[in-house]
Design a protein around this ligand. Structure first.
Ligand code: SF4
Ligand code: SF4
Length: 292
């Protein structure tokens, strides 16, 4: 089972929910940080890093001595990462998605594969399970290619069995959808404020079309804005857990502590959340219709 923990905006507590769920998990589990632009799951889980590898993207390198400037590569590239103007050929590696199409289409075999550094993938162990994370290189704009490589390693690591909890990037853009698309259950973390509700609704609209079971975790419950509760009731979206708006929890969070370890009551909240997530993943569970 793969659980994706997502949110419509940053700062809702998505990462602390991921870390807490990983801590109370009742079997082998891999905690995965796919928020590659700002990975911070490690701050909570304090993993022992056992290995890392650079993540690279294959980009075209053109041998102009062989090039006839036919333009086939530029015509094919939907990302405008290669351009031919008369007897001038330009490549824009930062716009290349590494699909390899231009290499395949060149009739002169004038294009060979080069490498562009995307970032780094690291893996290791936490107290109770495995850990995997991607970190985008400073200045790199495209996160989906790195996320694909982290997910490829995730699939390798899961081949031995176990579950995974993904800390997805916030928002509803391409990286966020990319992070949740292979999950079995999506947990939407939100907070009961006008901004929280606005972004929560956008996230629901973006992810509902994926047809996956979804549930909600309300963080900082008690702030007073009720629209999220009405919306969830209207859409049949179950609220699986509420984390109270509480100074002790806020202080623990600021110190990088795992919320599930703050008190027995909070631990019970996350144990119950885990049980409900498992139920949601069951085929035929009523919650599976929540996105409809
Ligand atoms: S497809 Fe090959 S030969 Fe044609 S313009 Fe591109 S690099 Fe040059
Ligand atoms: S590898 Fe794909 S994205 Fe990159 S320049 Fe070639 S066709 Fe365009």
């Amino acid at each position: 089972m793969i659980i994706a923990v997502a949110s419509g905006k940053g700062g809702t507590g998505k990462t602390t929910v991921t870390a807490s769920l990983a801590t109370v998990w009742d079997g082998p589990v891999l905690a995965v940080d796919l928020d590659v632009e700002e990975p911070n799951l490690h701050l909570f889980l304090q993993p022992t890093i056992e290995g890392s590898a650079p993540a690279q993207l294959t980009v075209p390198v053109v041998d102009e001595a062989r090039c006839t400037y036919c333009g086939a590569c530029a015509d094919l590239c939907q990302f405008k990462a290669i351009s031919v103007m008369g007897q001038l050929l330009l490549t824009f590696p930062e716009m290349c998605h590494g699909c390899g199409g231009c290499l395949a289409v060149c009739p002169e075999q004038a294009i060979s594969p080069g490498q562009r550094e995307l970032g780094e993938i690291s893996w290791g162990k936490t107290g109770g399970g495995g850990f995997l994370s991607g970190r985008l290189r400073l200045g790199e704009a495209m996160s989906p290619p790195l996320m694909r490589q982290v997910k490829a390693r995730l699939n390798q690591m899961l081949a031995a069995g176990g579950d995974a909890i993904i800390d997805a990037p916030p928002g509803v853009s391409c990286p966020a959808v990319n992070a949740v698309i292979d999950s079995d259950v999506i947990l939407l973390v939100t907070e009961p404020t006008p901004f929280g509700f606005h972004d929560f609704r956008l996230a629901w609209e973006a992810f509902a079309s994926l047809g996956k079971p979804m549930g909600t975790v309300v963080n900082r419950a008690g702030l007073g804005h009720e629209a999220i509760y009405r919306f969830c009731e209207e859409k049949g979206l179950p609220i699986l857990a509420e984390i109270p708006y509480d100074r002790v929890i806020a202080e623990a969070y600021a110190r990088g502590r795992i919320v599930a370890e703050v008190s027995a009551e909070l631990q019970e909240t996350f144990v119950s959340l885990l049980s409900q997530v498992r139920d949601l993943a069951e085929p035929g569970c009523p919650g599976q219709a929540a996105h409809a």
